[in-house]
Design a protein around this ligand. Sequence first.
Ligand code: KIV
Length: 284
Amino acid sequence: MRPKVNINTLHTKINAGEKITMLTCYDYPMALLEEKAGIDIVLVGDSMAMTVMGEETTLGMDLDTMVTHAKAVRKGSPSSFLVGDMPYMTYQISKKEAIRNASRFMAEAGCDAVKIEGGANMADTVEAMVKATIPVMGHLGLTPQSMAQLGGLKSQGRDCAGALRIIEDAKILEEAGISLLLLEAIPPEVGKIVAERANIPVIGIGAGPHVHGQLMIVHDMLGFFDAFTPKFVKKYVDLNSIILEALNGYKDDVVGQQYPDTCHHYNFINGEREKLLEKIENKQ
Ligand code: KIV
């Protein structure tokens, strides 16, 4: 197993000019594969509400579910830098609640950091969490938990004022103590400016090539979620078709009595079958 990825590993990669890899993950089997692939940062994202639970937004996700899944992901991926995504209204109400809720990702699930959405409005909360020993990843640009205010899941920072706000928010969050920053669905130039000015790893999901690393939602890149496909998604496989073919094959085999075959049978221990048949016959 590779050495555990920690914040220093990520800085070393940046200093060596190496890009950081990050993927979402929601369960143990996928975590095993992401571990094998050597993904640096694994995010247990509240996007699970949509990709796994079939919800239309991330807003209904609850903390218990997130912590349970983060635990499973940690078991499958012991060496990655694991980030737990704090669900809607688990950190916005008070600093005390934010710390208490974030501590569950750290203590129960073994996360290395938690992610929260928001800019200057979250600076005090970030400061309080960091003081309480919780490493925080910031998230700017398209922040899905604010979709009602943003008017939907829309790209951000595409006008001068919006871009400046992201650049300024990034600085404020870094000063407040975030350890990493995620930028979502913004122009590459904005990603470049933020990454160049930052002293922390800046990861992008639809933020262009100049940031320190890339994130994708694993269900998107595997072709395992097709309710909608954001512009930044690159599909590496069409898992939906592959799985559907297998499901249809199984159905056809059962209906056509091709499954189970003799190789799938549990046979009697030597001589026991004959014993049983004899007993049954004698009773009749
Ligand atoms: O929940 C998640 O997976 C995320 C990404 C969309 C950035 O926050």
